[in-house]
Each structure stands twice: as structure tokens, then as C-alpha cells.
Design a protein around this ligand. Structure first.
Ligand SMILES: NC(=O)c1ccc[n+]([C@@H]2O[C@H](COP(=O)([O-])OP(=O)(O)OC[C@H]3O[C@@H](n4cnc5c(N)ncnc54)[C@H](OP(=O)(O)O)[C@@H]3O)[C@@H](O)[C@H]2O)c1
Length: 329
């Protein structure tokens, strides 16, 4: 079968399409024919050995995707032909072996492509904004990197929670359109005055939550944009720099900075991902959660998919199409 391989820790250009043996099912495992692979920021970081999980090259990247069950033991709850979303490691391959707890049935409302974008970022949004940050109905939220995979999913989960206004922060007008299409009430462009624009959109009060997958030099104004009692949720560092905070800022205005890592929590607690999935399903049925898909790259052009995250041209969820013969038509 064909699979992607990261052959050196030198960035996206070291991603190659190679031939490898197909996996065989161990006891209780499900075998899945992968159709789409989600290309995620952790995949990009792993090509440079900069993610917290650092496999030695050569390794197959891919932490999420979707496909069709080829075989499954009866006790798994899955059957041949089921459309499934998969999360884990090494998923950018034509065939993968997975434990049943790594699989979710793709809701009927979603295409296979949307299913490939339904696990990592939506689970992250529910865990980080709601479980860790305590987002409640009626609260305002500022979503940074709002046109990205993590940002668009946070917008939709915030909407599903009844939060608002939902304000997306983005770097270009095209990305503003993506954030608005995902469901944001307002999109603010990064500028010298963006913090004041955000505060003005809340009637001068500030936001109850800043959801920050970007870090870097936006962090401080994200903190300053909080209302009294607000929470800044640290989700990631797409900008590269890890910000620091003088804790007197937290004391003086009764605000909090909360760290949140879904993967760490989901690996430690096998019940977490299924529980979050159950809580997301009503938002799918209501038509609020529908993963926006950006560019879909051919499997053979995966380098370009990885590069698009690196050069910031990516919007929404970038996918690689692993099996065009099984893809949505
Ligand atoms: N905590 C968790 O559980 C968790 C789970 C999944 C992902 N993450 C993290 O979340 C972050 C975002 O992931 P994502 O999949 O949403 O990525 P993405 O789709 O590429 O979006 C990231 C956004 O960050 C902004 N950005 C600012 N400076 C950037 C730079 N130097 N390079 C790239 N992007 C830059 C861009 O928005 P503008 O151009 O509009 O500024 C971009 O749209 C990553 O750090 C990832 O590791 C965390």
C-alpha cells in the first residue's frame, strides 16, 4: 500500500509517498481503508521534531482522517462498510489498523471529507473552551486564528453552546470571510488597534473568553481584551513563540490563563473522547457543527498540503485525498 513517510526532521519537504506493507489486524482491531487524511498543525510540527510527541524518522504522519471499515470483529461495534472518522498516529496511509475507541461513526449529515475534520479540532474545541475554560451560553468569545482548522471548529462549538457574540481574529480579508462563513458574528483584522475593536464589539466590556491557538505577540492583547473574570485558554502556538505572562496582570483584573491539551487528556482518559463525541452530536443534528473544508490535495502532493499550513495560506481544514476511487462524489 502507499503511505506518507517523514524521512528527515527538516520540514514539509521531507514528506514522501512510499510503498509499505499493509497492517494486519491484531486481537480486537479494526482495519480501515482510509479515504481522506486531515493535515493538522501537529503533523507540520512533527516534520521538524517540534511537537511534544517526537517519532524518529522515517515515520508515517497523520493524527486524523476518515475511511471505510474493511473488517471489524463483532465486539467492536463496527461493521464492514461503515463510514468512520479515525484519530491516532500514523494515519496518512491507504490502510490503517485501529482500536475501536479510535473510531467514530460519521454522522449521516456529514460527507466523508467532513468526517476527516470532525475529531481532532472539534474534540479540542469542546475540551478546551467548555471543559477547561468553562464557556457558557451567553458569554462572548474571541477566537484567534479564526480561519484555521482549530479556529473554525471553536467558532462552531461556541455557537453550539449558545455563546455570543463570537468574534474571530484573522490576518486577511479572505480569512475574515472564512471565519464568518464558519459562523462568527464578527471578524476583526489584525492591526495595531484590533484589541480596541474587539472590546468595542462587546459594548466596552471585553470578552469572557479568548481562545488562543496562535500565541506569539497576539497573546498579550488577547489577555487585555478580557472582561473582568474572563479566561484566556492557551490552545497552541501556531505563531511559533511561546508567550510569557506577568501574573500581576491576572490578579489586578481577576482574569485567568488556562492551559488545555485535548490529546493529553484523551490518551489519559479513554472515556473522554466518546463523551465529547456524544455532546457534539446534537450540534451536528442542529446544523451548527459542519466542518468547513479548505483545499483537498492529491495524496501524491501531500508536501503542498503540509506547506500550506507552514506558509499560512491554509484555511479551514486541509485534507489529502488518499483514495479518490472511494471519495465523496
Ligand atoms: N491544545 C490542543 O488540544 C490542540 C489540539 C489541536 C491543535 N492544537 C494547536 O492549535 C494550533 C493551530 O492549529 P490549526 O490546525 O488550527 O492550524 P491552522 O489551520 O494552520 O491555523 C493556525 C492559524 O494561526 C495563525 N498564525 C499566526 N502566525 C502563524 C504562523 N507563523 N504560522 C502559521 N499560522 C500562523 C494563522 O491565522 P492568521 O493568518 O489569521 O493569523 C492560521 O490560520 C497549533 O499550534 C496546534 O498545534 C492544539
Amino acid at each position: 500500500m502507499r503511505a506518507l513517510s517523514v524521512t528527515a526532521l527538516t520540514g514539509p519537504d521531507a514528506v514522501e509517498l512510499v510503498d509499505v506493507d499493509e497492517p494486519t489486524a491484531g486481537d480486537g482491531d479494526v482495519i480501515v481503508d482510509m479515504v481522506y487524511g486531515g493535515v493538522s498543525f501537529p503533523d507540520l510540527l512533527q516534520t521538524r521534531g517540534m511537537y511534544q510527541i517526537r517519532p524518529e524518522p522515517p515515520f508515517t504522519p497523520g493524527v486524523e482522517g476518515s475511511g471505510i471499515v474493511r473488517s471489524a470483529p463483532p465486539a467492536s461495534g463496527f461493521s464492514t462498510g461503515d463510514r468512520v472518522a479515525v484519530w491516532g498516529n500514523g494515519l496518512h496511509a491507504e490502510v490503517v489498523r485501529a482500536r475501536p475507541d479510535q473510531l467514530f461513526t460519521i454522522p449521516a449529515e456529514m460527507t466523508l471529507a467532513e468526517g476527516a475534520a470532525f475529531v481532532l479540532n472539534y474534540q479540542t474545541a469542546m475540551f478546551c473552551a467548555v471543559d477547561r475554560g468553562g464557556l457558557r451560553a451567553g458569554e462572548s468569545i474571541l477566537v484567534m486564528g479564526a480561519a484555521g482548522g482549530v479556529g473554525t471548529s471553536a467558532i462552531q462549538v461556541a455557537r453550539g453552546m449558545g455563546a455570543g457574540p463570537i468574534i474571530g481574529l484573522v490576518s486577511t480579508p479572505a480569512k475574515a470571510d472564512v471565519a464568518l462563513a464558519a459562523g462568527a458574528d464578527h471578524a476583526v483584522l489584525v492591526s495595531d488597534t484590533w484589541k480596541d475593536e474587539v472590546i468595542a464589539l462587546t459594548g466596552g466590556r471585553g470578552v469572557d473568553m479568548t481562545y488562543d491557538p496562535v500565541g506569539g505577540d497576539r497573546f498579550l492583547d488577547g489577555l487585555r481584551a478580557l472582561a473582568r473574570g474572563g479566561r484566556l485558554v492557551v490552545v497552541g502556538f501556531a505563531a511559533g513563540d511561546i508567550p510569557t505572562v506577568k501574573v500581576n496582570r491576572l490578579l489586578l483584573r481577576n482574569v485567568s490563563v488556562v492551559g488545555a491539551a485535548w490529546g493529553e487528556a484523551a490518551f489519559a482518559d479513554p472515556g473522554l473522547a466518546p463523551d465529547i463525541h456524544r455532546r457534539l452530536l446534537p450540534m451536528v443534528t442542529a446544523g451548527i457543527v459542519k466542518p468547513p473544508i479548505g483545499e483537498i490535495f492529491p495524496f501524491a502532493d501531500a508536501v503542498a498540503a503540509f506547506r500550506s499550513l507552514d506558509d499560512r495560506t491554509a484555511t479551514a481544514k486541509v485534507l489529502v485525498e488518499i483514495r479518490p476511487d472511494l471519495a465523496d462524489r
